[in-house]
Design a protein around this ligand. Structure first.
Ligand SMILES: Cc1ncc(COP(=O)(O)O)c(C=O)c1O
Length: 414
């Protein structure tokens, strides 16, 4: 199907793609990866046109979920959308947890409630929508795990074949979810960037479309809906700070761009949240670059963290992440693994929310940020829990006594 011919008037205000480095524009008439300058391609919209129908009251009347913001998403019509029913995720008040970390106005946006159990559903719903529309038959993705699970599921939903490349130490659940979704799974003795090198080498020869983070232009579009939803849930306000677990940086960059769109649409004013990036001490290329005042992040040798989503040693969109953090007046902070797992238990016990280790990293960072003065007591802070803790069940040891049922001996005797 040709993109232009499928456009339904007013459904999407998508215009074209722009190189994040040079500003050069490209029509969205075919499958594209990086720009000729080797940089990510980012979508542009006619926001004036979008603003005519995408008003907060109108959005509120539509079905909850990311596609309610269809004017600022690339799908040309509702029929083109590849969806598994990604609903609006809750923005939870967590007063007990907030009191413990000295932030009474703390909120958690729980992305674990999306299809495939992580925020990756948003990006891959958008990416597979466009991949199918523009004629892809097979897709490939290097992944820490969650993106692979979502890619496999949305590819099947789109009727496409998926090839998933995961590091050997990715949590077992990801290999299972990809297999169950009918994908071809390859386990690589290496890190995610080395999975990416295999995909890049094989994609063109095998006729696969490469869905790698930021090499594919629409995942970032799907992910920006986290910010749209949050603003809607806050009644048109932005929080003082967003605390976000950063691997490839898609969510961070996507939300930062979304705030500019939201202002152009008239949903918010010029105020912005401080974007705070959280990484693991054993793999913190962005934190190191931020602290050094650098514009780009170099490869982190020998990454070591159990939070697989944060085990991303090379960040393709490093300059976009660092720009978002700095322009917002935010910061970047690394936490040890023990602290993220402790925070996971603390949040679960205090509020009943099942954080993934990456979400745990953010909660662990809160105390540090309070101590450093990066967060004030009165700040309204939103932590993103990017996946359900259930996906990481095998990392948690359970110390439970085993007892016999009441009357077990009597039953045996009979
Ligand atoms: C649970 C989880 N959180 C965070 C991330 C990092 O995502 P981003 O690319 O938005 O930085 C990932 C990526 O794999 C993830 O799986």
């Amino acid at each position: 199907m040709n993109h232009a011919s499928a456009v339904m008037k007013g459904y999407s205000a998508f215009l074209d793609l722009e190189c994040a480095r040079t500003g050069e524009r490209f029509p969205a008439d075919r499958l594209r990866n990086l720009s000729p300058a080797g940089a990510p391609l980012l979508a542009r919209y006619d926001l004036e046109a979008a603003a005519r129908t995408l008003r907060p009251e109108a959005a509120a009347r539509r079905a909850p979920g990311m596609w309610r913001y269809h004017e600022v998403l690339p799908a040309p019509s509702p029929e083109a959308v590849v969806t598994l029913g990604e609903g609006m995720t809750p923005l939870l008040e967590v007063p007990r947890l907030g009191a413990r970390v000295g932030l009474p106005h703390l909120l958690v946006k729980d992305e674990g409630q999306l299809p495939t159990g992580s925020f990756k559903a948003r990006g891959l719903s958008a990416a597979l929508t466009m991949a199918r529309l523009l004629g892809a038959r097979e897709v490939a993705i290097p992944t820490a795990g969650n993106a692979g699970g979502a890619a496999a599921a949305y590819a099947s939903r789109a009727g496409l074949r998926a090839h998933i490349f995961l590091p050997l130490d990715a949590p077992a659940v990801h290999k299972v979810e990809c297999t169950l979704a009918g994908a071809e799974v390859t386990v690589v003795r290496g890190f995610i960037h080395q999975c990416g090198e295999i995909v890049a080498r094989r994609a063109s020869g095998e006729g696969w479309f490469d869905l790698s983070t930021f090499k594919e232009p629409y995942r970032v579009e799907g992910k920006k809906t986290m910010a749209y939803e949050m603003v809607e849930q806050l009644g048109g306000e932005v929080p003082d700070a967003i605390v976000y677990p950063t691997g490839g940086g898609t969510g961070l960059v996507a939300m930062w761009r979304a705030f500019a769109e939201l202002e152009a649409l008239g949903w918010i004013g010029p105020r912005r949240p401080r974007m705070i990036s959280v990484q693991a001490e054993g793999c913190a290329p962005l934190v190191r670059a931020f602290e050094a005042g650098a514009e780009g992040a170099s490869l982190w040798e020998q990454p070591r963290t159990l939070a697989s989503g944060l085990r991303v040693p090379r960040v393709l969109a490093d300059f976009l992440c660092l720009r978002a953090i700095r322009q917002s007046g935010g910061t970047a902070v690394a936490v040890p693994d023990e602290a993220m797992f402790a925070a996971q238990r603390e949040a679960g016990a205090a509020e009943g929310i099942l954080l993934c280790p990456e979400g745990g990293a953010c909660v662990a960072a809160l105390r540090l940020l309070r101590e450093r003065g990066d967060l004030g007591r009165e700040d309204r802070v939103v932590v993103f829990n990017t996946a359900t803790g259930l996906k990481y069940a095998d990392m948690i040891s359970v110390d439970a006594p085993v007892v016999d049922p009441l009357g077990a001996k009597d039953v045996e005797a009979r």
